[in-house]
Design a protein. Structure first.
Length: 346
């Protein structure tokens, strides 16, 4: 890839879903920081030139990063600080333990003063404390000189086969950001995303057993000849028997009364719907099953649902891989956000 004009630092980068979208749009990663080495190993595996730092962001001083990594200028700071329940006093997000990660994001923006920042989070961040958290976020960054806009984006509007919603705040030093309009009117279905992947496991690095069956699958396979991360979970006989009773797109309500309570969560025993985008995938709780196979989606299938291309390989244990995938911002949604940002740089 040619040297990009625009750069980013990714805070709380995880394995790099948000980063990947920015790279697809033409940005270059200067540094990714997270405190989870597994996720950073995956980041590095897929982006060998990138620099990663494993550390607790609540304890990292951005001035040290500036000096140690010799970063003078960065175009955009991106990331999703996990919120452990914001604490507010009056109309301010105060400096206390629970707000440390959010405050760390603010301090990086204050230190580097990039052209823009992109901060994503769970949708209900907009309603916490009757909107006080949202207003306080806007004020924190406005005080630094940014024009802040926010919106809840739906991943399936941007070619991701999943109805995942994320709240996204974008701040610009110059101008106003307008969020990307949907890139697709017909959402990609789970069948379009997955139908070329077999029921059984495929050893890492083996050839695809079937040809691509949809435009989405062709796009996911671009430049790739072999499959990775497609190891099927073998469930107990009882789990297999119960899930086999649930139809495509169904859930526990399709089971006989005596089996409905076998898992104590309302999303239990749900099958993906082959004719719709997927419900939000989780980090491996094993409640969502394939639309036709009697098993949970493999890591590769979950990655397809998140719009990670097949060239993106997940490292470490299967449990860790599910968590890395489930935590991520869908790259195609991130790409739409990033492309819309490109004209806003000086
Ligand atoms: C929602 S995930 C980020 C996903 C990422 N944006 C992506 O698109 O792949 C949140 C990340 O924050 C990291 N994290 C949590 N607490 C942290 C801390 N104190 N310091 C650094 N990273 C932290 C977690 O390890 C996790 O990878």
């Amino acid at each position: 890839m040619q040297d990009s004009k625009y750069t980013f630092i990714d805070l709380f980068s995880g394995c790099g879903g948000l980063s990947l979208g920015f790279e697809m749009a033409g940005y270059k990663s200067l540094l990714a920081i997270d405190n989870w080495q597994d996720a950073l190993d995956t980041y590095k595996h897929n982006n060998p030139d990138a620099r990663t730092l494993c550390g607790d962001l609540s304890k990292i001083n951005p001035e040290d990063i500036k000096r140690e990594y010799n970063i003078d200028r960065v175009s955009v700071i991106i990331g999703g600080p996990p919120c452990q329940g914001f604490s507010i006093a009056g109309k301010r997000i105060i400096d206390d333990e629970r707000n440390k990660l959010y405050k760390s994001f603010v301090s990086f923006v204050r230190c580097f003063m990039p052209d823009a920042f992109v901060m994503e989070n769970v949708p209900n961040i907009l309603s916490i404390g009757d909107g006080v958290v949202k207003e306080s976020i806007i004020k924190d960054f406005s005080d630094l000189g940014y024009n802040v806009n926010y919106k809840i984006l739906l991943a399936s509007d941007y070619g991701v086969p999943q109805n995942r919603r994320r709240a996204v705040f974008v701040g610009l030093r110059n101008g106003e950001y307008s969020f990307p309009t949907p890139t697709t009117t017909t959402p990609i279905t789970t069948k379009e995303a997955l139908s070329d992947l077999p029921d059984n496991s495929v050893a890492d690095g083996e050839a695809y057993p079937l040809p691509a069956q949809s435009v989405y699958q062709q796009m996911m396979r671009k430049g790739v000849e072999t499959l990775h991360n497609h190891q099927a979970t073998i469930h107990t006989e009882q789990t297999t028997r119960i899930i086999s009773m649930v139809p495509d797109g169904g859930n526990y309500k399709d089971l006989p009364k005596e089996l409905q309570q076998t898992r104590n969560v309302h999303i239990a025993w749900s099958r993906l719907n082959s004719k719709k985008p997927s419900i939000t995938i989780d980090t491996g709780h094993r409640h969502h099953f394939h639309y036709t196979y009697n098993r949970v989606p493999t890591v590769r299938e979950s990655a397809r649902i998140q719009s990670f291309p097949d060239s993106f390989v997940f490292t470490h244990s299967k449990t860790s891989q599910y968590k890395q995938v489930g935590n991520a911002v869908p790259p195609l949604m991130a790409k739409a956000i990033a492309e819309q940002l490109l004209p806003n740089h000086k």
